[in-house]
Design a protein. Structure first.
Ligand SMILES: NC(=O)c1ccc[n+]([C@@H]2O[C@H](COP(=O)([O-])OP(=O)(O)OC[C@H]3O[C@@H](n4cnc5c(N)ncnc54)[C@H](OP(=O)(O)O)[C@@H]3O)[C@@H](O)[C@H]2O)c1
Length: 254
């Protein structure tokens, strides 16, 4: 891992969905770089071991249970961070859900609403809560973890695919609207990364091989391979960059 210490030491960061996978890897990198890290997941029991790990790296950690789709949880998250740190420098909207694999035309509106409240409304609400503080300090970096499924349609993952496309457009709209206030907003679109989220694809050799044959690098990615780009976007190394999508997918869209 590159040394981001000079850049991220003391930064107040939030990583949603940090109990495992990509979010845990990002939170770990932030902690190693000297940042303060607020982490979320739905249950305190899942957050506690991660908080302990990050504290062991010397970081100041705020583990806060927050279901991304629940307005009261998001308000509690906001209030907790405000009372501890008075605001944020970096928001990583990473938490997301995809409870079904069904064609879009057969996806129930109940499931559609659940996916969108967690993957789209949740990130926007958190951004809306923290933006006034970022505007006052004249700086902030918002990083939305989207997906290549938000760029190209993913049949069978339709509602998820639409939610990630929404997050990508949200990124661009916010970049235009918030740039004058010194707030940058960028997104990362991972391809297939080995986590619990993607485990279904790993369980079918046929589907996995079919997917990987379109990846020029010939393999799937690991959560740690998303981290450097997030640190870059969180830091002043990307100070003249906003509204962009960094695709990290082994080249599958080439
Ligand atoms: N893995 C891939 O191939 C891949 C590809 C493209 C994009 N992505 C994106 O990368 C991000 C991270 O995914 P991952 O692969 O690291 O998944 P993961 O290992 O399953 O981790 C998901 C994280 O999100 C949390 N989470 C799930 N539902 C939540 C909710 N309703 N409210 C709050 N937290 C919630 C989970 O915590 P708890 O369960 O403890 O609540 C966990 O910490 C997601 O935005 C996903 O769409 C992943």
């Amino acid at each position: 891992m590159a040394d981001w210490k000079g850049e991220l030491t003391g930064k107040r960061t939030l990583v949603t969905g940090a109990t495992r996978g990509i979010g845990e890897a990002i939170a770990t990198a932030f902690a190693k770089s000297g940042a303060k890290v607020a982490i979320t997941g739905r249950k305190m029991e899942s957050l506690e071991p991660i908080a302990e790990k990050l504290s062991g790296l010397g970081a100041e950690v705020l583990p806060i249970p927050c279901h991304n789709g629940k307005p009261d949880d998001r308000e509690n998250l906001f209030q907790s961070i405000q009372s501890s740190w008075g605001g944020l420098d970096v928001i990583v909207n990473n938490a997301a859900t995809n409870p079904v694999m069904t064609p879009l035309a057969e996806t129930s509106i109940e499931v559609w609403d659940k996916i969108h409240s967690t993957n789209v409304t949740g990130p926007l609400d958190l951004i809306q809560k923290f933006v006034p503080g970022m505007a006052e300090q004249g700086s902030g970096s918002i990083i939305n973890i989207a997906s290549v499924a938000g760029i190209e349609p993913a049949p069978g993952l339709g509602a998820y695919s639409v939610s990630k496309a929404s997050l990508l457009m949200m990124t661009k709209v916010l970049a235009k609207e918030l740039g004058q206030q010194g707030i940058r907003c960028n997104a990362i679109a991972p391809g297939l990364i080995e986590t619990k989220f993607s485990e279904a694809l790993f369980q079918s050799k046929k589907h996995y091989d079919h997917f990987i044959q379109n990846v020029p690098l010939g393999r799937h990615g690991q959560p740690e391979e998303i981290v450097e780009a997030v640190c870059f976007l969180a830091s002043s190394a990307s100070s003249y960059m906003t509204g962009q999508i960094l695709v990290i997918d082994g080249g599958s869209r080439v």
